[in-house]
Ligand binder design. Structure first.
Ligand code: PLP
Length: 422
């Protein structure tokens, strides 16, 4: 493949950064659970001529002419999304997961209305009403938590009491740092009692749901799902909103996405979503999704064997949260930095009811989607977990770190990126 021929000829500064990033991705192990490697086909679509086109509106109802091909790709993305998630409506225009959530909130609520969502230190996401977000000024956010942080079980009775007390318009399920499966039916039953909509923000686990490896909240009667398209779903950076069956909700969501909160859709990204959803419908995607879970389990077993505390007691999905400060006396920020030194990328993370600070918390969060896309299996996952733990114990040992780094490099060479899909 000829690399960035035109950028190389006209812009050496950007060219150097792109080549540097390629090198970084090739020579490091990516364990950030929200990241992945898209296929070259997805990247071709992202780099396509559709970036030139304004297509405000929806297929068949646009504000500009010349929509023969935009309508084709957006309709393909919509139809494939509906098939993947077994639902009646899909809006594929949100620019990201945060944008999808903003549109969803405005579509389902009036300013001042209440959302009952997961406590942020128990795994909820910034976009679920963190005090620093703008959306927090518009809507009222109240919280539920885990009953027991060492099993990860949600406190459904507390959730119900909060729902009865606060009468939320939305009960929100979904996380960016939670490793257990949810009892979606319980959310639906509580929402029915108080007349709330059920929304699942499946940004992290969408690919696993699409593949049937994790439970689909729509099967338990959830009203709406929001998601990113670039995490486990392995598509371009973007968002999406899905509606199980209500035409009324779907219409409100469409109007809120455009013209409510967005302008022209990014048609090149929508084309890439269509390509990625096509990949996700392929049997090979199911194999990937199942392997993501197996690899996470393999890592869990190694961490447990070393008596390192895992939040939630382990994992049912693609990610793990380890209390490295409590178990090894190394802070989350120190762990992130020393793992970076040996070529393993992950992020520091707050643990439930964090005793330390957000900038230097007790935990690390890591996951298996990217390494699985690269072709690694349980053997490599377990080996990586051993290397991670060795690294955490070798913070001040340059010789040991150099040895580990060499082993990481070997793994990287065995499993090149970007992987071709077909
Ligand atoms: C990643 C994530 C988002 C935000 O997605 P962006 O594309 O970064 O805006 C929203 N909700 C959850 C649960 C997430 O994990």
């Amino acid at each position: 493949m000829e690399h960035y021929k035109y950028i190389k000829a006209q812009d050496s500064e950007v060219y150097d950064a792109l080549i540097g990033e390629e090198e970084r991705e090739r020579t490091g192990i990516e364990l950030i659970p929200s990241e992945n490697y898209v296929s070259l086909a997805v990247r071709e679509a992202e780099g396509s001529v559709l970036t030139n086109k304004y297509a405000e509106g929806y297929p068949g109802r646009r504000y500009y002419g010349g929509q023969q091909y935009t309508d084709v790709v957006e309709t393909l993305a919509i139809e494939r999304a509906k098939q993947l998630f077994n639902c009646a409506y899909a809006n594929v225009q949100p620019l990201g997961g945060a944008a999808a959530n903003v549109a969803m909130y405005f579509a389902l609520m009036e300013p001042g209305d209440t959302v009952l969502g997961m406590d942020l230190s128990h795994g909820g996401h910034l976009t679920h009403g963190h005090p620093t977000t703008s959306i927090n000024k518009v809507f009222n956010f109240v919280r539920y938590k885990m009953k027991d942080v060492d099993t990860g079980e949600i406190d459904y009775e507390h959730l119900r009491q909060m729902a009865l007390k606060h009468k939320p318009k939305i009960i929100l399920a979904g996380f960016s740092a939670y490793s257990r499966e949810l009892d979606y039916a319980k959310f639906v039953a509580i929402a029915k009692e108080v007349g709330a909509y059920t929304v699942a923000d499946v940004a992290h686990i969408a690919g696993l749901i699409a593949a049937g490896a994790l439970r689909n909240p729509f099967d338990d009667g959830f009203d709406v799902m929001t998601t990113t398209t670039h995490k486990t779903l392995r598509g371009p950076r973007g968002g999406m909103i899905l509606v199980r069956e209500s035409e009324d909700l779907a219409k409100r969501i469409n109007k809120t996405v455009f013209p409510g909160v967005q302008g022209g859709p990014h048609m090149h990204i929508i084309a890439a979503k269509a390509v990625a959803f096509g990949e996700a419908l392929h049997p090979r995607f199911k194999i990937y999704a199942v392997q993501v879970l197996k690899n996470a389990k393999a890592m869990e077993q190694v961490f447990k064997a070393h008596n390192i505390r895992l939040l939630g007691g382990g994992t049912d999905n693609h990610l793990l949260l380890a209390d490295v400060y409590g178990s090894l006396g190394i802070t989350g920020a120190e762990a992130e930095a020393v793992l970076d030194e040996v070529g393993i990328t992950l992020n520091k993370n707050m643990i439930a009811d964090e005793p330390r600070t957000a900038l230097d918390p007790s935990g690390i969060r890591f996951g298996t989607p990217a390494m699985t896309t690269r072709g690694m299996g349980e053997g490599e996952a377990a080996a990586l977990a051993e290397l991670m733990i060795r690294t955490l114990n070798a913070k001040d040992d340059p010789v040991e770190k150099a040895k580990i780094k060499a082993q990481v490099q070997q793994l990287c060479e065995q499993f090149p990126v970007p992987p071709a899909f077909v």
